[in-house]
Design a protein around this ligand. Structure first.
Ligand code: AMP
Ligand code: MG
Length: 319
């Protein structure tokens, strides 16, 4: 059930959360499927509803540092500096957890991932519920993340969804673990280059390390309803051939690359990195009819590095 985020809808959603029921809500990254983070039974229902593997921890959404302090054992200077610059915003910070954070939220890890979303409806909902909200993306596990309320409704008919319109970024938060050196565990809506203005020593964890430290990185993600084959930028000719042999294939590429595939009308990915990030998950859920999605890789810079991470994880095959 989609509800515009009126004061009465917010009260209703907050009441549902307090009763331990899941509620979907908009954030600036993607839509979240929320539960009271301090109620293990409510959190269990989120895992069940999504079909999410129980070794994949959830991000806890809060209104600000006072609420973070109630969840974590320490708040190192680097975390305070990141928070001052990027919160509210699409940055998730992994910190040592207090015992009051249930193990199911963190998949048994001694750390908890926290974030202050930059969305008035998300903040109003946390405020009204009066508790931190554990929320993964509001999609069935393995499917593309929802950037519109209708995507949530498609995956969870009957769920209470606060409809805040299309998500501003359309890409999930960047996840950072502090330590020596601080590491990006998941690329996301804030490019690494921008985070380095605050943490110059920040490195991007290798895939193996990210999988070890951030269990969510192990699982298949973002899969569209049909196969997706990702062609590297050096393989434009192979992509043209694949299109020539299968007239029912759908081409997925950035506006600037469309001229490489004359005669094809691509599933739109937009022109600028911001547009491409914004449109990616919507494009993966395209309603157009076709046999397979054939995607042309993007240059791995800035925000597009995170888009490429999602495309690689969505792909059935990379050519
Ligand atoms: P999602 O809920 O799908 O946006 O995924 C949340 C991401 O945050 C996954 O990649 C998780 O592995 C990661 N994450 C959440 N909690 C932790 C934690 N305590 N330590 C490391 N990574 C985490
Ligand atoms: Mg997700």
């Amino acid at each position: 059930m989609l509800l515009p985020p009126t004061p009465s809808a917010l009260r209703r959603a907050a009441a549902a959360l307090k009763r331990g029921e899941p509620v979907a809500f908009p954030t600036e990254t993607v839509y979240g499927l929320g539960a009271n983070a301090l109620d293990p039974e409510a959190v269990r229902r989120i895992f069940e509803a999504k079909g999410r593997p129980d070794d994949n921890p959830l991000i806890v959404h809060v209104t600000g540092l006072p609420m973070v302090r109630r969840l974590v054992r320490e708040l190192p200077p680097a975390a305070r500096a990141l928070a001052a610059r990027f919160w509210p915003g699409p940055l998730t910070i992994v910190l040592p957890k207090r015992s009051r954070v249930p193990d199911i939220v963190t998949a048994g890890l001694p750390t908890v991932a926290v974030r202050v979303p930059d969305h008035p409806v998300a903040l109003a909902l946390i405020e009204a519920a009066g508790v931190p909200i554990a929320a993964p993306s509001a999609n069935r596990s393995g499917r593309p993340s929802p950037t519109r309320a209708a995507h949530v409704a498609a995956d969870f008919p009957g769920l209470l969804v606060l409809d805040g319109g299309p998500a501003r970024h359309g890409l999930e938060s960047t996840v950072v673990a502090l330590g020596n050196p601080p590491r990006v565990l998941r690329l996301g809506a804030i490019p690494v280059e921008e985070l380095r203005t605050v943490l110059p020593g920040l490195v991007v964890a290798t895939k193996a390390r990210a999988r070890a430290e951030s269990p969510g990185m192990r699982h298949r993600h973002y899969a569209p309803a049909r196969p997706l084959v990702l062609f590297r930028r050096s393989r434009a000719a192979a992509l043209r051939e694949a299109l020539a042999v299968d007239p029912r294939a759908l081409l997925l590429c950035a506006d600037a690359d469309a001229r490489l595939f004359p005669g094809w009308r691509p599933v739109k990915l937009g022109a600028t990195p911001v547009e491409i990030a914004h449109d990616l998950f919507d494009a993966l859920r395209t309603q157009r009819r076709g046999s397979v999605l054939l995607a042309y890789a993007l240059p791995r810079r800035g925000l597009l590095r995170a888009v490429m991470d999602r495309l690689e994880r969505a792909a059935t095959r990379v050519v």
